[in-house]
Design a protein around this ligand. Sequence first.
Ligand code: ARG
Ligand code: ZN
Length: 855
Amino acid sequence: MRTDTPPTIRLTDYAPPAYLVDAVHLTFRLDPAATRVAARLSMRPNPHAAPGQDLRLDGEKLTLRAAAIDGARIELNPDAEGLTVPAGALPDGPFTWEAEVEIAPKDNTALEGLYMSKGMYCTQCEAEGFRKITFFPDRPDVMATYTVRIEGDQPVLLSNGNPTAQGPGWAEWHDPHPKPSYLFALVAGDLVSHDDGFVTASGREVALKIYVRPGDQHKCAYAMDALKRSMRWDETEYGREYDLDLFMIVAVDDFNMGAMENKGLNIFNSKYVLASPETATDRDYELIEGIIAHEYFHNWTGNRITCRDWFQLCLKEGLTVFRDQQFSGDQRSRPVKRIEDVQMLRTRQFREDAGPLAHPVRPQEYIEINNFYTATVYEKGAEVIGMLHRLVGADAYRRALDLYFERHDGQACTIEDWIEVFEDATGRDLTQFARWYSQAGTPRLGVEESFEGDTYTLTLTQSTPPTPGQAEKRPLVIPVAAGLLDRQGAEVVPTRMLELTEARQSFTFEGLAARPVPSLLRGFSAPVILNRTADDAERAFLLANDTDPFNKWEAGHALTRDVLARMVRAPDTPADPELLTALVAALDDPALDPAFKALVLGFPTAEDVFRTVRQDSPPPDPAEVRVALIRLDTALARLIPDLPERIRALAVPGRYSPDADSAGRRALSGRLLGLLTRLEPDAATARAVFARTDNMTETMQALGLLVRSDNADAALAAFHARWKDDPLVLDKWFSVQAALTPPERAVETVQALTEHADFDWKTPNRLRAVVGSFAMGNMAGFHRADGAGYRFLADWLIKLDPVNPQTTARLAGAFETWRQFDEGRQALILHQLQRIADRDALSRDTTEIVGRILD
Ligand code: ARG
Ligand code: ZN
C-alpha cells in the first residue's frame, strides 16, 4: 500500500494566481536523453491577489541547471512537485524569471509532457503536462504569449502560432494569442505534410497542413476535407472564424487519448486522422470527422475562452462535444447521429453514474485531474447544453453564444459565467437548471396517466438515486419532449416541451376524442431513465407508428431488451414472435433508410440486458445473457426470408465512399450477414465476403463473424500477413479477437495475443486493442466464473502502472460495475482490486480510481 495519501484538490479552495506571466520565451535543444529547455518568463504580481506572496512554480521530473531573476543567478532546491522562490528574493513589480532545465523525452513513457513516439518528438500538456517541460505556474488561468525556438536535426520543427524564422537545424515560432500552458505544443520529426488552404468568411487565407510519417500522405484527404467543412460550419452556425494564418494537425502513434486542441497545432492519435478505404472502416471515418471537428471547434470554445481551473473542464468539453455532435448531425443523418450518441451515453455515462465513480458534470474535488476526462464531463456535459438549447430555443441559444464570445473572449471562465450569459441573453432564471452541473446521478422519470372526458393528464415524477458523497438529491429542470398519438397511429398532439421542475407535476391535454398513446422524451430530450412500464403491444405500436425517429427506435430497442431480459430470467421463454414480426416489418418498411434499420435491428449490448435483468432479479450469469442474445438472433434470422438476396441488394455499386448513405447500407448488410451466419455452421457467406471485399468495413464485419463463430484461423492468418506493417490495421486484428472470441476461450486468446511478437504494450492503442477490447467488449469472457479474466486485467494494470499511469487508471474503470455481479464474482474482483491497491508506489491516477471503486 502506498504510504503517502495524495492530496485532494477542492473547487472551494480556488485562489487566483499570485503572479501572472505575460510572455514566455522558450528555447529547446532537442536530444532524446538530455533535451535542454531554456525558459524566460516575463512575470508580474497579480493585482487581484494578495501582495507579497512567495512565487511557487510547478515542475516535475526536471533537472534544474540554472535559474535567475532579472538576470541575477539564484540557487534553488526544487522538490518533487516544483520550487518556491521566497517573496524576499523578488522585486516589487514586474520581473524576468529564467531557468534552464534538462529532460529525457525518450524515457517519458507516461506520454505527458515532451515525449517520443516512433522517433519523433511530441507533447501532450493537458491537463498538467507543461510542468514536465519547464518550471511554470501550470494552471489554465495564467495566460501568456509564446515565442519558441527549436534546435534539432529533424526536418520538421513545429510549435504553436505562426512560423517567424528558420534555418538549417532550427526554427522559431510565435503565437500572438495569449494561452494557458496546457495548449503549448512542440513537434519535431521526419514528417511530410498534406497541404491545402481555406479562405475565411472575411477573406483571410489560412494554410492547412496535416503532418504524418512518410508513407501515410495518401491517408489524409478525408481528415483535411472534414477540417475544411468544420471551419465553414463554425462560421455559418456560430459566426466563428479561424484566427491564425496557419492551422496544423500532426498524427502520432503513441497517444493516451483521442486528440488535443493545442493552439494552431492540434496533435492527434493517428487513429483519428489516417484513413483509406482499404484500411479504415465507416466507423473510423465517422470518428475522424467528429474528432477533427471537435478539436477545431476548441479554438473558440476552449482556447480563446478557456477554463479558470480544471473543475470547469466541462465548460470547454461539454460545449465542444455538443458542437461536434451538432456538426456531425448536419453532415449526416440527424436521427441516426442522435441514436448513436444516446447509445454511447448509456453505455459509458449511465454506467459511470450508476457506480462508485459517479461524479457531477462539474466535480467538487479530485486527486488526479486526468481521471476526470470522463463520459460524465464530456457526454453528460454535452447533454446539459443540449437541454439548455431545447429550453431556450435555437434563436436564444445563438444570442447567448454570441454574448458568450463577446463578453469572455480572451478569458479563463467558470460555469457561473456561462450560466450568467444565458440568463442575461434570455431573461430566464437558471438557478435550478444549474443543479445539473453539481448533482451527480441519472434521474429516474416516472409516468402516470389518466383520461377523463376529453382531457388527458400526464403526471411526471422525478427522483435521483444517491451517489458517492451525495445522499440527498433535489429536483432538476427536465425538458420532456412529448407528443400524443391516437390509436390509429396519427399524431394528435405534436411535440410539446414539458418543463418538469417539481418532484411531481401534472400536464394536461384537452380536446381529445379518445385516450391517446404518449410518446415521451422524444429525441431523448434529457439524460434520464424513463421508467415507464409500457406493455409489449404499446412498444410495438410506437415502433411502427411514432413520428419521432428517436422514439421509434427507442420503442423497438426497449422491447428487444425486455424480451431478452425475460429470456434470461426464464431460459425456456421462446423468442417473442410479436417482437420478431415487428422487427421484420421495420426491415421491410420502405420509408426507413438502411442506417436507421441497422440500428433498429441491432440488439442491445449484453451489459444493457444484464442491467435490465438485475432490476428485479438476482444478477444473472453473463454467459446466460450471451446465450439469450444468440437465441434471439437465430430466431430472427430464421424468420427473415431471402437473407442472401437482401444482402446482395444492399451492395453499394462503384468505388468505396465513406458517405453516410453508403455507410448505412453497409451497416445494414453487415447486420444481415451476422444473422445469416447464425444459420451457417461454416460461415460460408462471411468467408466469401472476407475473400472478395476491397474495403475495411466489410472486411472487419466478416472477420468479426468468423471469429465469433470459430471459423477464423485462415482469415486471421491472411489478415495478419497482409497488414502486419500497418499499426492501425493491426490494432483491429488484435481487438476483434479480444472482443469476439467466444467466452470459453477468450482469456486464453487474449493471453496469447499479449505474447504475440507484435504486441507492443507501451503503445496505448495496442494495449487498449487487447486489454480494453476484452475487458469492456467481451462481457461473458471477461466475467468468466473462475475469475481468470479479472486476474488477466489486474496483471496488466499492475505491469502498466509504473509506465503509463493515465492509461492504467482508465482501464481500471472496467471494474467499476463490480457490485452489480453475484457474490462469487464480487469476491473475485475485490481480490484483484486489493492486489492492485496493495502495490508499492502505485501512481496517483490508479490510487484514486481503485480507491474510489473500492469505497
Ligand atoms: N482536450 C482534449 C480533448 O479535446 C483531451 C485531452 C485530454 N488529455 C488528458 N491527458 N487528460 O478532448
Ligand atoms: Zn475536447
